[in-house]
Write a protein that binds this ligand. Structure first.
Ligand code: SAH
Length: 495
């Protein structure tokens, strides 16, 4: 299996910088052991004007067969099927194995990381990729449909079955040449296209498709897959047509698309939160912002519950995550939000990139939606939903309820939401208005309690209510909080 990547350059931007970008020196031939055989990297040409890196994968077909068997994919049956295990095209054709080798050998380049030439890694460059024998299920037409929307010029020439007998027609292989002029793609983007699309064209994954393949696909597809016209075919084939994985990937890609389309920019978000923080209420002397009182109430409830592993669901810009980090009792903190932009601000606020290792180990930010079950959220002591439920349409609440109380099931769940009765006490809030433009609803104390009690009942939790902010004798507190605790086992059984 063979693939080459070429670029051109000049004295100022020599083509040989490709060596830095790939982290492989142009003067050397190097070999790497990968899970399917030995990968060789070498440069057939390396001048300032033109540089070509070649990746050659020597597949060990016997090891491949053994691996396949170990996974319980026994083929059995027809005698020639047994033979096919040994006589196959794997060693010669570029395929999913080449993609695996690509990611093993060029992992930093694939991620767009280049310490020696960081500015070069971020800059597009002219590229040519050649694959002499690419199994292309779907033919040259599909090759074009996959690569052209990404900016590549595609030349896919069908390879005849046997040059001596033209009447036999074409094989399922194409000779592929991909070109992209300068200014369109970085090397990292180009490699990520290949990493995903080579196996898609092969349409026969030769390694086990585990659930984390979805993460790998979304990581490699970042920035191009969500909007690709063939998104569904790519997702389904990449995940070896495993339907549940394909569904998960499709849903997560849809979220990425939505989040990207939502063009509230970071500044707007900053303002929205600033507004939220200034939800002050009038105690005579020193008004304490309501947002701060909310955080204090949440920290107190988490401490009382003895929680150490905590989820902040709908973490927004990470203020609570930051407060939790300051308390060593919280040993694992996960912030999740649907908004990529909010997470970007959170990462900046927390200075995630400059944080010491010990702190960094305690915190993770995840993108995801509470409207879908998410395995990543299982196994925590507590989850906080601070001012989040009112941002979902009421019809989506049952989905959130299931994702949190049915699937993730932390021992403790804290939910805060505005108490609409209190709105009459806000001097600046015109009657009948909600507190924030994005609130889909605001509930009275009775409405919130009815919802919370029904949730607790359905999922075997106990629930108590805690006022946050001054508890007005007439209209109640500005914020209401429900503290859910998993009902003791005996009680569940008795129920
Ligand atoms: N918890 C923070 C932010 C509240 S604002 C605080 O108390 O200050 C509500 C947040 O919920 C926003 O960041 C919004 O992006 C997020 N959100 C809305 N719908 C969501 C969903 N379906 N899944 C995850 N987060 C969501």
């Amino acid at each position: 299996m063979f693939l080459t990547i070429s670029t051109s350059g000049d004295a100022r931007n020599p083509a040989t910088d490709l060596g830095f970008l790939l982290h492989k020196h142009p003067d050397r031939t190097q070999a790497f052991a990968t899970s399917h055989g030995t990968a060789h990297v070498f440069y057939p040409e390396a001048t300032p004007e033109r540089c070509t890196a070649a990746l050659l994968l020597e597949v060990d077909p016997v090891a491949l067969v053994r691996r396949g068997k170990g996974k319980g994919k026994g083929r059995g049956g027809a005698p020639d099927a047994a033979l096919a295990q040994y006589v196959n095209d794997r060693p010669y054709a570029a395929s999913s194995l080449l993609a695996v080798a690509l990611s093993a050998v060029f992992s930093s380049a694939l991620r767009g990381v280049c310490n020696a030439r960081p500015e070069r890694a971020a800059r597009p460059l002219p590229l040519r990729v050649e694959v002499p024998a690419l199994p292309a299920s779907g033919g040259a037409g599909l090759v074009r449909a996959l690569f052209e929307p990404l900016g590549w010029t595609v030349t896919a020439t069908p390879v005849p079955l046997d040059v001596r007998f033209p009447a036999w027609g074409d094989s399922r292989y194409v000779q592929l040449v991909l070109d992209v002029p300068d200014g369109r793609l970085t090397l990292g983007e180009a490699l990520r296209h290949l990493y995903v699309l080579l196996p898609v064209l092969d349409d026969a994954k030769h390694y086990w498709v585990s659930p984390d393949e979805v993460d790998k696909l979304l990581r490699a597809g970042d920035g191009w897959l969500a909007d690709h016209p063939e998104r569904e075919l790519i997702t389904s084939r990449y995940l070896a047509r495993r339907r549940s994985l394909t569904r998960e990937a499709t849903e997560r890609l849809e979220l990425v698309r939505l989040a990207d389309a939502d063009d509230t920019d970071v500044e707007e978000l900053d303002n929205a939160v600033a507004e939220d923080e200034s939800d002050t209420f009038d105690t005579e002397e020193r008004p304490v912002p309501l947002a701060l009182r909310r955080r204090e109430a949440i920290l107190a409830a988490l401490t009382a519950a003895g929680a150490a592993h905590v989820l902040d669901l709908g973490c927004g810009q990470g203020q609570l995550v930051q407060a939790l980090l300051k308390d060593a009792r919280f040993t694992e903190i996960v912030g999740l939000d649907v908004s990529v932009r909010a997470l970007t601000v959170a990462a900046r606020r927390l200075r995630l990139d400059r944080m010491g290792e010990r702190l960094a180990e305690r915190v993770t930010l995840l993108q995801g939606s509470l409207a879908y079950t998410d395995k990543r959220l299982k196994g925590y002591d507590a989850a906080v939903l601070s001012e989040v439920i009112e941002h979902l349409d009421v019809e989506r609440l049952p989905a959130l309820e299931y994702a949190v109380f049915g699937s993730a099931r932390p021992r403790t769940v804290l939910v805060t939401t505005p108490n609409v009765e209190y709105n009459v006490r806000w001097e600046t809030l015109p009657a009948g208005h909600v507190r924030h433009g994005d609130h889909r609803f605001e509930w009275t104390r009775e409405e919130f309690r009815a919802w919370a009690r029904a949730v607790a009942e359905r999922h075997a939790y106990d629930v108590e209510f805690v006022p946050v902010g001054d508890d007005d004798p007439e209209v109640g507190p500005p914020t209401q909080m429900a503290v859910f605790t998993q009902a003791a086992r005996e009680e569940v059984r008795a129920a």
